[in-house]
Write a protein that binds this ligand. Sequence first.
Ligand SMILES: Cc1cc2nc3c(=O)[nH]c(=O)nc-3n(C[C@H](O)[C@H](O)[C@H](O)COP(=O)(O)OP(=O)(O)OC[C@H]3O[C@@H](n4cnc5c(N)ncnc54)[C@H](O)[C@@H]3O)c2cc1C
Length: 455
Amino acid sequence: MSRNRTATKAMQRRGFMQTALGTAVAGAGFQAAGTAGQPAPGTKVYRESIATPVIGKYQVVVAGGGPSGVIAAAAAARSGADTLLIERYAFLGGNGTAGLMTCYNGFRNQRPPETLQTVKGIPAEYIAELVRLGGVADIDNYERNATHDIRKGDIPYTVGFDPEAAKIASLNLLRKEGVKLRLHSWVVAPMLDGSRVTGVVVQSKSGRQAIAADMVIDCTGDGDLAAGAGAPFMGPASTGDRMEMSLMYRLGGVPASITGAFGGIRIGDRVVRWGPGFGGDGLDVENLTRAETESRLKLWDQVQEMKKKPGQESFYLMQTATGIGIRETRRILGEYVLTEKEAIAGTRFPDVIAISSNPFPSYHGKRYFLSHEGFDIPYRALVPQKVEGLVLSGRCISCEQAPFQSARSMAPAMAVGHASGCAAALCALRGVAPRKLEVKELQKLLVSQKAELRL
Ligand SMILES: Cc1cc2nc3c(=O)[nH]c(=O)nc-3n(C[C@H](O)[C@H](O)[C@H](O)COP(=O)(O)OP(=O)(O)OC[C@H]3O[C@@H](n4cnc5c(N)ncnc54)[C@H](O)[C@@H]3O)c2cc1C
């Protein structure tokens, strides 16, 4: 812990940029992230005066209904907390459904050693529901040399899925646990009492409203709430291993004469594929507008070209993702920053709350496979610096870029969601701050809910 704190301090000395809505840390291979909409000095401003009605109070509020948020909300409710999940879209599933990224990677190592299924517990129950709904894809393009039987609960490295079934499986899981749901709602700011998050402000067709909470979990992917509350964060480097955005799409009309996965995730004559990529800042709305415009125009032309090939005349662009898929934005600085060295070595931590066994998909241009069953994610990586009342989850947790590449995959993101949900519930029920939570109690709760912690 003290070694890690020193490294963080050194990073902070090397480069530091303060923004009104968050603190971005530059240097040590990191670049300052976007400024979350705050006016640059000297910009003309319009001052709003807003009195926001507080419309409810919950023990746990989960911001964001992606793979991590859905599992976090289910876990918090199962652990006894009155829980509300808030999502900006009209459906759940995050990048798996809205982003059309239809394979949950990282339930175990892709290559040997892969005997241990590292993600179990509520995420495995979610997969069982997907199986029950008939929502597993026919075939995917991931090589693997071990067989596992998903129908017996022995989940393979990756689970290709039907995004519509994933939306239903998420709803079913939340209903079963009694989670309250609020869709069509953007979380636009934290409610703050000093450095303590006391709820969230949401914007929807019902207007601007505030919802109070004993504990909030940031499952927005981008760490919107943590950054908004003033937690320091790391942004991706503009060069090197920065992971680019990609527009996923579903190609229809793939004939049976074309066999195999056809470079994607296949269900019958439909194949989800990786479309055009785009670089730059995934938090800059002008860059995002360029990314959407250029990638959609390019993809249309690509499909028209594909149709010209003999045997591919029946192809058509069936569906594109709701928005271009954004792989990498903020990683919030927590009480501990999990390092590349530790992930590669498979360092074990006494405060383990989840395991990531996924490869680093783009490590210096190559897919890097772990030589061990998976690396531990310590609880301290879920506790943001400088902010109280908030737990991190999903792809914004506190780690360096290499472990991020691994743990951002949806299976480990679900496992982290399981832990953040249990942690937030314990904090809310005991009246304890996340920084002070007794980790042994959290681990005991997670194990009782069948999470794999290798304890
Ligand atoms: C192109 C691409 C390919 C990928 N390939 C794979 C792969 O093959 N397999 C794999 O497992 N993973 C893959 N990933 C990674 C994976 O999809 C994400 O890292 C993962 O979904 C992160 O989960 P999350 O729950 O943290 O965030 P998300 O899935 O991003 O979910 C965040 C949720 O919060 C909501 N939200 C965000 N901000 C707000 C707000 N302010 N208010 C309200 N709601 C909000 C979003 O709408 C979303 O539902 C890929 C990612 C991309 C972009």
